[in-house]
Design a binder for this molecule. Structure first.
Ligand SMILES: CC(C)(COP(=O)(O)OP(=O)(O)OC[C@H]1O[C@@H](n2cnc3c(N)ncnc32)[C@H](O)[C@@H]1OP(=O)(O)O)[C@@H](O)C(=O)NCCC(=O)NCCSC(=O)C[C@H](O)C(=O)O
Ligand SMILES: [Mg+2]
Length: 288
């Protein structure tokens, strides 16, 4: 087993998850040196119908060479399309870590994929029915993570794109709840305006505040902003250390509550503080 797959899924960073069209050889090559936590190699929407069989072969070949510690996820076409079954079989034979199924609406769709492959499964959450069934999808025993598909969701909802993403909030929230209830990873949708750094920063902050583990990206220019937004910053790390220390001191004095910066610290805050430090360590380990 590769060293990277041994990292605990609870702490493995998924801050930046970059889509790469499987047909783009240059992008497939460039990504080997990009500081992304995971890559989604796309056989679905980013690949034109006539290019799909060739893209499968290009991708299989690219994956023979190492992508280092980056988690390698292959997005196949839906199983009810003419390419889905061949994609699933081909991806199973590829040197990748997981298979991502688009437009998942029911756990039965994951069951069907689970019969074809023994790879861990990820689900694109991007339709109204998917949002309504998020709990049952999140509970699927083979599911490792959810990816928000906010472009498809906006299309299906006939929603308008707004900076505050108000039309999406219910769906995003349901998926975060479902993922966290079952200990799965959940990453936010893409920010289409890849030259708008301020807009990306704001959307990352919103996703992080909601509990997203990271964000999917379409362009390398989005990587650094996203990595920073989903990593604990110096202030958070410092606070986590001080909370743990203060709580240990309080415990030694027979008390169950400490106070740091004028705010109470209880056992549950210490758990969060420990997770923050574990995440910072995991990020440092990836960088190293
Ligand atoms: C958006 C793009 C089409 C822009 O491409 P391009 O015009 O080539 O950009 P640049 O010239 O600025 O590229 C600079 C260099 O970076 C490389 N590059 C570009 N994009 C990527 C990438 N995604 N991964 C790796 N490397 C990348 C270029 O090769 C350039 O290199 P060099 O030649 O050496 O200078 C393009 O970025 C792109 O295709 N992005 C991915 C689009 C995609 O995958 N879309 C599908 C997923 S989004 C989606 O479907 C979400 C979901 O399903 C939903 O419903 O919401
Ligand atoms: Mg989509």
């Amino acid at each position: 087993m590769r060293k990277e797959t041994q990292m605990d899924m609870a702490t493995r960073p998924f801050r930046s998850v970059l889509y790469i069209p499987a047909s783009k050889e240059r992008a497939l090559e460039k990504a080997r040196s990009m500081p992304v936590d995971a890559i989604i190699f796309d056989l679905e929407d980013a690949v034109a119908p006539e290019e799909k069989p060739a893209a499968r072969a290009t991708l299989a070949d690219a994956l023979k060479t190492s992508y280092g510690q980056r988690t390698r996820i292959v997005r196949i076409n839906a199983l009810d399309t003419e390419w889905g079954l061949d994609d699933a079989k081909a991806a199973t034979a590829m040197n990748c870590d997981a298979i991502l199924l688009p437009k998942v609406e029911t756990p039965a769709q994951l069951d069907r994929l689970a019969e074809i492959t023994d790879k861990p499964l990820w689900a694109m959450m991007e339709t109204p029915m998917g949002m309504l069934n998020a709990r049952d999808i999140g509970a699927h025993p083979r599911l490792q993570g959810m990816v928000m598909g906010t472009n498809d969701l906006a299309k299906e909802l006939n929603a308008r794109f707004r900076a505050d993403r108000l039309p999406m909030i219910t769906g995003l929230g349901l998926c975060v709840l479902a993922a966290k209830a079952f200990g799965k990873v959940v990453v936010d949708g893409v920010y289409n305006a890849f030259k708008d750094d301020d807009g990306l920063k704001a959307e990352c902050a919103q996703g992080r505040d909601m509990g997203m583990d990271g964000k999917t990206l379409i362009h390398p220019a989005q990587v650094d902003i996203t990595n920073a937004a989903f990593a604990p910053d110096e202030k958070e790390i410092d606070l986590a250390r001080r909370q743990i220390e203060a709580f240990e001191d309080a415990k030694a004095q027979g008390q169950g509550v400490a106070v740091v910066d004028g705010k109470i610290v209880e056992n549950l805050h210490v758990e969060t503080a420990k997770k923050t430090l574990a995440k910072a360590q995991a990020i440092a380990a990836l960088a190293g």
